[in-house]
Design a protein. Structure first.
Length: 282
């Protein structure tokens, strides 16, 4: 399978990052948003990231210009008609994703691969909602996409061998280091990470230590780049709560159950960095 043109659905934090690395790797990249204002904000984020890199001497000006030349934005799904691969990076609601796939399938060719950047939903279920379950899979990128090296390549039960190989090779072509992950909630990384984050909340609830002490304990004692409560603020408490609920519904294991404090913080709108307050104030 030859991939030359890449479409990205969504120009939020993840979609913009995915579009940036695809364009930087030489792919003609078209990012589609429903709203022009959101599209402009996402494209502006990419330009700022690249401009800042040039200013700091980390990105050659020629590389920035090459990336931007490969990148375009649209609100019209028909602009994706020439895409060989479409990467969906929109909200984690299955009905919205299914509607997006239907819109894409109405304009792309039969050879086009469609993948989801979902971090929690069942890839096999998403594939079954399309007309090309054999040409569907998961590519789970990590935030911030331009800096994080890992991509989880997720095979649905229906993903063909050819599709899997094409997606694995595509991830490598972006300069990433892909791993093969099972189509189970949380895949590999979140399957290990989410129970750790939830347990950190439980420990704080039970008075094991202050927020700062728990974070410093894991940073200074285990060499983690940031403590679990800082990481929760970075990821978003609402995002963690959503993923935990999906994993608990699947596994029915208490270690995936959201602690009462997490639920209450989400209800109170204390979502972390995005809202200005979580376990810390920003």
């Amino acid at each position: 399978m030859s991939i030359k043109t890449v479409g990205v659905l969504g120009c939020g934090l993840m979609g913009a990052g995915i579009a940036q690395v695809a364009a930087a790797s030489g792919y003609k990249t078209i990012v589609r948003e429903m709203n022009q204002a959101v599209l402009d904000k996402g494209l502006g984020r990419i330009r700022k990231f690249l401009d800042d890199g040039v200013t700091k001497g980390k990105v050659p000006a020629e590389q920035r210009d090459h990336t931007l030349a490969n990148l375009s934005g649209t609100t019209d799904v028909s602009a994706l008609a020439s895409c060989d691969l479409v990467i969906e990076a929109i909200v984690e609601h299955i009905d919205d994703k299914v509607a997006a796939y239907a819109a894409v399938e109405s304009v792309v060719g039969s050879h086009t691969l469609i993948v989801s950047n979902t971090s929690s939903l069942c890839v096999t279920e998403l594939a079954a909602k399309t007309k090309r379950p054999d040409r569907f899979g998961g590519l789970h990128f990590f935030n911030p996409v331009p800096l994080m090296k890992l991509v989880e390549v997720v095979r649905a039960l229906t993903t063909s061998d050819e599709t899997y190989r094409a997606l694995f090779s595509f991830a490598q072509s972006l300069g990433k280091e892909p791993i093969t992950a099972p189509d189970k909630p949380g895949f590999i990384v979140n399957r290990l990470l989410v129970p750790y984050l939830l347990d950190a909340i439980r420990c704080y609830e039970r008075g094991l230590g202050s927020v700062a002490d728990i974070d410093n304990g894991m940073k200074l004692g285990c060499g983690h780049p940031m403590g679990p409560l800082t990481l929760l603020d970075f990821v978003g408490l609402d995002t963690t709560y959503f993923i935990a609920n999906i994993m608990f519904d699947e596994y029915k294991d208490p270690m995936f159950a959201a602690p009462p404090l997490l639920k209450r913080m989400v209800l109170a709108g204390r979502l972390g960095r995005k809202s200005g307050e979580g376990f810390y104030k920003y």
